[in-house]
Ligand binder design. Structure first.
Ligand code: ADP
Ligand code: MG
Length: 261
């Protein structure tokens, strides 16, 4: 089981869109996937077609220890993956966990029982470096950072990188940056192209080759409770997220090289 956190403390950079559509694309490629919604806004939950208003259990009740992950897990019919859903209740977790034991590793502990059930766990983090994101980063093997190619794209990245360094020194030694993902890319924008060139220069191997284009179908799909593959499979957005999933899988399963004897 590989746990991948989708994180960037900036809002509106495409975290949730990436989490939902990467989960669906990996499922489409035959992987068993669990999506965990760590944002009280519950956008990933809705985007996966699960009604956040009707949850007996949620990631909130899991984190505060009122239910198990098995109690709370739902199936995204449109996405072909499982989901630990979230709603406004989750906003209270931060306060309620203040004095709790191991409050940063609640999610990691909850997922530990499910290592055999999934190939991938995708964590949709909220737009803040708060306790919920911290739970995500402690549970994760790696983090994927979606970025919009705009003027302020790199601002805030150093805060995230510093947070990751601190986590690596203590709470989670194995965490690594899996990659930076260019999202909502508009090839006609000179600025977007310039920022993209900068990213290529600075992050070379950490940057995914796949670029997610700005595509209105990606923005429409959540209102139908569907990942893009179930909404418009032939759209540029659907093809891009499928390509991202393939690129990710190829990175982790490089063609085996034969050792000379
Ligand atoms: P975050 O989770 O980082 O806050 P979202 O994934 O919710 O960001 O995206 C912010 C907004 O931009 C949403 O309305 C979403 O539908 C839209 N969006 C995300 N990615 C794209 C894209 N590639 N093309 C067009 N719209 C997008
Ligand atoms: Mg989001």
């Amino acid at each position: 089981m590989r746990v991948l956190a989708i994180a960037n403390q900036k809002g509106g950079v495409g975290k949730t869109t990436t989490a939902v559509n990467l989960a669906a694309s990996l499922a489409h490629l035959g992987k068993k996937v669990l999506l965990v919604d760590l944002d009280p806004q519950g956008n990933a939950t809705m985007g996966a077609g699960v009604d956040k208003a009707r949850l007996a259990h949620s990631i909130y009740s899991v984190l505060i220890g009122e239910s198990t992950a098995a109690d709370a897990v739902k199936v995204s019919e449109s996405g072909g993956f499982d989901i630990l859903p979230a709603n406004r209740d989750l906003a209270g977790a931060e306060v309620e966990l203040v004095d709790a034991d191991a409050r940063e590793s609640r999610l990691k502990d909850a997922l530990a029982h499910h290592a055999d059930d999934y190939d991938f766990v995708i964590l949709d983090c909220p737009p803040a470096l708060n306790l919920l994101t911290l739970n995500g980063l402690v549970a994760a093997d790696a983090v994927m950072i979606p970025m919009q190619c705009e003027y302020y794209a790199l601002e805030g990245l150093s805060d995230l990188v510093n947070t990751l360094k601190r986590i690596k020194q203590g709470l989670n030694r194995k965490i690594e940056i899996e990659g930076l993902l260019r999202t909502m890319f508009d090839p006609r924008s000179t600025l977007a192209q310039q920022v993209s060139d900068q990213l290529v220069k600075h992050f070379t191997s950490k940057l995914y080759h796949t670029v997610i284009p700005r595509n209105v179908r990606l923005a429409e799909a959540p209102s139908y409770g569907r990942p893009i593959l179930a909404y418009d499979k032939t759209s540029k957005g659907a093809q891009a997220y499928l390509q991202l999933a393939e690129e990710m899988l190829a990175r982790h399963n490089p063609v085996e090289t034969v050792q000379p004897v």
